[in-house]
Design a protein around this ligand. Structure first.
Ligand code: IVH
Length: 696
């Protein structure tokens, strides 16, 4: 049996792959045992496989599938659930961890809304339930659809299963609107969870690591009679699409109404208008935490007024009007068995502590990040040390401190390498950078593999069946050396002595599936394409902004070529994009200056159809693609709001006026920018004219 890779440095893709392999093995053993009555491994070895699978699912609940061996014994693999697009995306939440960060959050809201000093911002505070989110759609007051969150844009249809949950009304009273999506959390009560596990254990069935996994596993059953037998609950906390007039309403009004209509809502919900009161509430709920019959991992704050929520909108994947105040991380003590260095896609070396596996908050942890070499020194970490580690939410576990009193003298100091462990190139720290980076660039195999993994990852090309392990293997064999090779793989495979289908773990069908999923991605949205390139500091949100600004790869390439000249207008245009400052621009331009990268792009262009990206709200916006400069004092909105609003409608907001500026919106006391606009003949609008143009 292969030694399992320690769990915590697995990316989701890796974990998915490992999960698949384990599930396959276990199923084969089950078949041998149950159907042929001829076990092929010892009970102990079989148990080890199951334990690893369970630990993996404990850490990555999204891997729990109805056909997973933890859910059923000997069941047939299933096709899974139908996908559904959410009419309104299901967002995630930003986090705050302290009073100071909470005050910053409130400050940002105030500035965005341009509130006067005396005007209070009321926040609704409610427990953050640790379950899985679900969207319920009612049409004409009948439940017509229940969906999981999925990636936020698209989830899975779990209607039949959700219908078995008693807290979910199948019909709403007459005063409910025609279209109403209710969002909330499916969870399992602690007491029910204990009982379920007892029952499962007695029946020799899977025992769940925590209530959240039990809830997820119960919802993700293809046989809804199993779901029905599980004690699931639902707390409602918000809305998706609806045609309910909420003009003067608050979030709290909605919660109260939902309660009236038959939904369960949390009792610990309250509205507060100062950081001080919010902190008191936080403390009080934290104290009640252990006594609650459901698990919570923080408090969610939401700006109570709906009109303000609407104005605040969202950035990237999270609303500006809400945030989660997380409870302190869970900690545990264990021993560091070793320290490994991982090389990332951009060459960053990251030290990872290999731990004696330990359970923290219901999850087995065997690795923790040490961040960088300064951190190792600051914390005085040595190999063999007893340490305190912590994990909070989904973040990678961290080493908090060394338990020096437990030292025996046998601990060894870790010598930080000055060369890349993958390619032996010098690894250097640039001035002011805490990160040591491999200078091997294009010759470093670790970077190349990481770039390929990034290229196929979920927010990039999202190629199913081409997980990290397979990328590593194909790279090692020279089958895939650069991104375009992925799209040539089907052809290359025809020329191989031993084609993919003949390899261990592969077959006709899995080979076909792989090529199908690769071919499905030959058409790709421009923003995903940019993100997939893995350029340093160009994340998902910045990739979207670049895609929206430049429209096509051709335009982007030309603009980047022109912008190499730092005095050029193209460079100024680049810096005018939100979140792109000189450092990000350097990385971006550095990428395009590299000949090899331009070749990669050309290769890819031959294989792909790159589709124009249109940001969702733009539609037929009158200002899409226009460049706008705001100057002077605005009356109706704060600067951040004006900018966010314009950008959400597809306009580019720039800080300086040039020939390319389409509109200058001039408020009170506009000065030099207004003058320049007049000189250049750029259209000048008052704030009211602008508002009229964008529809108030
Ligand atoms: S509000 C835009 N309220 O937390 C609003 N979420 O990290 C987004 N969650 O996916 C959700 N309790 O599953 C909200 N009272 C609560 C919540 C809550 C739990 C979960 C939810 C969401 C995740 C965001």
């Amino acid at each position: 049996m292969s030694q399992s890779k320690a769990l915590f440095d697995l990316s989701l893709e890796d974990a998915r792959e490992r999960h698949k392999a384990l599930a396959k093995d276990i199923r084969a053993h089950d078949k041998a045992y149950y159907q042929k009555d001829a076990p092929e491994v010892s009970d102990a070895d079989y148990d080890k496989l199951r334990q690893e699978l369970e630990a993996l699912e404990g850490q990555y609940p999204e891997l729990i599938m109805p056909d997973s061996p933890t859910q059923t014994v000997g069941a047939k693999p299933s096709q899974g659930f139908k996908k559904v697009k959410h009419a309104v995306p299901m967002l995630s939440l930003s986090n705050v961890f302290s009073e100071e960060e909470l005050e910053d959050f409130i400050g940002r809201v105030r500035r965005f809304l341009g509130l006067a000093e005396g005007e209070a911002v009321e926040l609704l505070a409610e427990p953050k339930i640790d379950g899985l989110s679900c969207s319920l759609r009612y049409e004409n007051r009948k439940l017509v659809m229940a969906a999981t969150r999925g990636d936020g844009a698209e989830g899975e249809d779990i209607t039949e299963n959700v219908k078995t949950i008693k807290d979910v009304p199948s019909e709403l009273p007459k005063d409910a609107p025609d279209v109403l999506e209710v969002r909330g959390e499916i969870y399992m009560a602690r007491s029910d969870f204990e009982q379920l596990n007892k029952k499962q254990e007695e029946a020799g069935e899977h025992v769940f690591a925590n209530p959240r996994n039990a809830a997820a596993g119960s919802v993700r059953q293809l046989d809804s009679s199993i779901t029905k037998s599980r004690p699931l609950h639902f707390f409602a906390y918000g809305l998706g699409q609806h045609n309910w007039n909420l003009k003067d309403a608050t979030q709290f009004d909605v919660i109260k109404m939902l309660k009236k209509w038959g939904f369960q809502t949390t009792e610990q919900t309250g509205a507060f208008d100062s950081a001080e009161m919010l902190m008191k509430n936080y403390q009080s709920i934290l104290e009640q935490r252990a006594d609650l019959d459901y698990e919570i991992d923080g408090i969610v704050y939401k700006v109570n007024r709906f009109d303000w929520q609407e104005r605040l909108g969202f950035v990237s994947r999270a609303p500006r009007w809400a945030t989660a105040h997380k409870f302190p991380a869970e900690q545990a003590a264990t021993v560091i068995n070793g320290i490994d260095i991982q090389v990332g896609r951009t060459g960053a070396l990251t030290p990872v502590a290999r731990l004696e596996p330990i359970t923290v908050g219901g999850v087995v942890v065997s690795n923790a990040t040490l961040h960088n070499e300064d951190e190792i020194e600051r914390k005085g970490v040595r190999i063999g040390d007893h340490v305190v580690i912590q994990r909070a939410g989904d973040v990678i576990p961290q080493v908090v401190k060394v338990l020096e009193e437990k030292r025996t003298g046998k601990e060894k100091e870790f010598v930080y390498p000055e060369c890349c462990p993958a390619c032996d190139s010098l690894a250097i720290r640039e001035d002011g950078d805490v990160v040591r980076r491999c200078t091997g660039g294009l010759i470093c195999p670790a970077q190349a593999v990481e770039r390929l993994k990034h290229f196929v990852s979920r927010l990039a090309f999202d190629i199913e069946g081409l997980g990290s392990k397979i990328v590593e293997q194909f790279y090692a064999e020279g089958l895939i050396k650069s991104p375009a090779d992925i799209f040539k793989l089907e052809e290359i495979n025809k020329t191989l002595d031993k084609p993919i289908r003949e390899r261990e773990g592969w077959g006709e069908l899995s080979e076909k599936n792989l090529f199908d999923s690769i071919n499905e991605r030959r058409k790709i949205l421009f923003n995903r394409f940019i993100y997939a390139l893995g350029i340093r500091q160009i994340g998902e949100a910045t990739a979207k902004r670049l895609a929206a600004t430049y429209g096509s790869l051709d335009t982007l390439k030309k603009a980047m070529e022109a912008a190499q000249e730092r005095e050029s207008e193209s460079y100024a245009d680049l810096l005018a994009i939100e979140d792109i400052g000189p450092a990000v621009a350097d990385d971006l331009l550095g990428f395009f200056a590299e000949r090899h990268n331009r070749d990669v792009l050309k290769d890819l262009e031959d294989q792909l159809i790159i589709e124009v990206y249109e940001s969702p709200q733009i539609g037929n916006s009158p200002v899409a693609g226009k460049t706008v400069v705001f100057t002077g004092a605005l009356e109706k909105m704060s600067r951040p709001e004006a900018k966010a609003r314009a950008e959400s409608l597809g306009a580019k907001v720039s800080g300086s006026v040039s020939k390319k500026t389409d509109y200058v919106v001039a408020g009170e006391d506009a000065g030099s920018k207004l003058k320049k606009a007049q000189e250049l003949g750029v259209t000048v609008l008052t704030e009211l004219e602008w508002l009229e143009m964008i529809g108030g």
